[in-house]
Design a protein around this ligand. Structure first.
Ligand SMILES: Cc1ncc(COP(=O)(O)O)c(C=O)c1O
Length: 455
């Protein structure tokens, strides 16, 4: 069948597709870009226009688009087996991948439970933590609550939304959710204590977290955290030592630590996993996005031996973890993940990141001089540029002005595809981006900010 032209494709899209996180009335008034190809760091539309993928196709892409090695692995796998269930069967790809994941994961994580997106990986961790405490018995049976952070994002299914903390997204669903014990976000630029800088956060956030644990620890099953960076909350980077301290507090109050590495995992922070940077092993860890290098929906929840063992028993004891998804352990997705892990080694990808991270840091410092850049924050290959109406007072642009959206639309004129988080411009390119491309990306962002803020 001949592919319809751009005009017809736009028409189909606007008539039939309901887009995520999108006001569809606005969308219907636009002329959407229709992507049909990818090449390295670039997305290419049906008219042949090239856009540098500045957000790695929503934080998933690792080795660039259409990498020959991953494509070949997928083609090989498709000719052998497209899918077989993990209910009652094993498959070769998911078994090999589980072994490889445990080899690269923080030490102490021993088991891999597959699902197919970041939200389900978090849901599974929450349910495992809850059931684990039940199974442990004794005092643990009253451990039914969860600690979560304000400004956190863990996905859009009901459990994941329950542990989320972004009212703009989550407020309307509040009546459907289970309540959590909410800890302050370690958002230093807008510290809840009114202080400024990492010091204030150290004193305030962690003290408050400890106070909550002291009060609610006995009834708390687990704590859910995006380690090192609250991504959807505006690329909010936690002060050094924060995650380590959270781990210590969890140990002290006998609370399971659930690390949601859906966005920060697989090299994004400069290490394979964010927790590694603080020498921390969580009790449960959620992975997705970069797991298949952005190729296919696959997720994994990793657990310690101790958690796994608690679920073992006689069939009649009903200790089984009653949870599963149809495409659990899909062999094609697992083959993509295996090919991605091979590429980490072949390209010595983690080792290659240092100069890119340093260059990004340098350019962000320059951006701070712009009149409406209130704050820049970075960790590894993640950055957020927060635009403000007034730098001195940190007054935010009113959300109706859609400033972030306008900057990202302007950036298209510079050959970039970006997606903001409110007034925060996100820098989250494929890790394989070249230095020249990174320069092109940051220059385009600077010019777009200047054009839109009228500087
Ligand atoms: C930290 C984190 N957890 C969970 C999710 C949800 O992942 P998914 O969109 O695949 O359900 C996201 C998505 O952005 C995320 O950033």
């Amino acid at each position: 069948m001949k592919t319809p032209d751009t005009h017809t494709l736009r028409d189909y899209d606007q008539k039939y597709v309901w887009h995520p996180f999108t006001q569809m009335r606005d969308w219907a008034a636009e002329e959407p870009i229709v992507i049909e190809r990818g090449e390295g760091s670039y997305l290419i539309d049906t008219d042949g226009n090239r856009y540098l993928d500045g957000v790695a196709s929503i934080w998933t892409n690792v080795h660039g688009h259409c990498r020959a090695e991953i494509n070949d692995a997928l083609k090989k796998q498709i000719d052998r087996l497209e899918h077989s269930t993990l209910l009652g069967l094993a498959n070769d790809q998911s078994a090999i991948l589980a072994k490889r994941l445990i080899e690269v994961a923080p030490p102490g994580l021993r088991k891999v439970f597959y699902s197919d997106n970041g939200s389900t990986a978090v849901e599974i961790a929450i349910k495992m933590a809850f059931q684990y405490q039940r199974l442990k018995g004794g005092n643990s049976t009253v451990k039914t609550k969860f600690i979560s952070f304000r400004n956190a994002y863990h996905g859009d299914t009901i459990g994941a939304v329950s542990v989320g903390g972004i009212d703009l997204f989550h407020g309307v669903f509040r009546p459907l959710l289970f309540p959590t014990i909410l800890a302050p976000s370690p958002y230093c630029y807008r510290c809840e204590s009114g202080g400024t800088g990492d010091d204030a956060c150290e004193r305030f956030c962690l003290k408050e977290l400890e106070r909550l644990m002291r009060t609610h620890g006995e009834e708390t099953a687990g704590l859910v955290i995006e380690p090192l960076v609250q991504c959807a909350g505006g690329m909010v980077v936690q002060p050094p030592g924060f995650v380590k301290k959270v781990r210590e507090l969890c140990d002290q109050y006998n609370i399971l630590m659930i690390a949601d590495e859906v966005a920060v995992g697989f090299g994004r922070t400069g290490s394979m996993f964010a927790c590694e940077r603080e020498g921390v092993t969580p009790d449960l860890m959620a992975l997705s996005k970069g797991l298949t290098a952005g190729y296919l929906p696959l997720a994994a929840t990793l657990a310690t031996q101790e958690i796994y063992d608690e679920f073992l028993g006689d069939y009649s004891e009903l200790k089984t973890f009653f949870h599963g998804h149809t495409f659990t352990g899909n062999p094609i997705a697992c083959a993509a993940a295996l090919a991605s892990l091979d590429l980490f080694e072949k390209d010595t990808l983690l080792e290659s990141l240092a100069p890119k991270i340093a260059f990004l840091e340098e350019r962000l410092l320059e951006l701070r001089h712009l009149a409406h850049v209130g704050n820049t924050r970075q960790l590894g290959m993640i950055a957020g540029i927060e635009l403000v109406l007034d730098k001195k007072t940190k007054t935010a642009y009113p959300w109706e002005q859609r400033l972030g959206v306008r900057v990202c639309n302007e950036a298209r004129k510079h050959g970039l595809f970006l997606r903001p988080l409110g007034n925060v411009i996100v820098v989250f390119p494929p890790l394989s981006i070249t230095m020249e491309e990174l320069e092109f990306l940051l220059q385009g962002i600077k010019e777009a900010i200047r054009a839109v803020t009228g500087e």
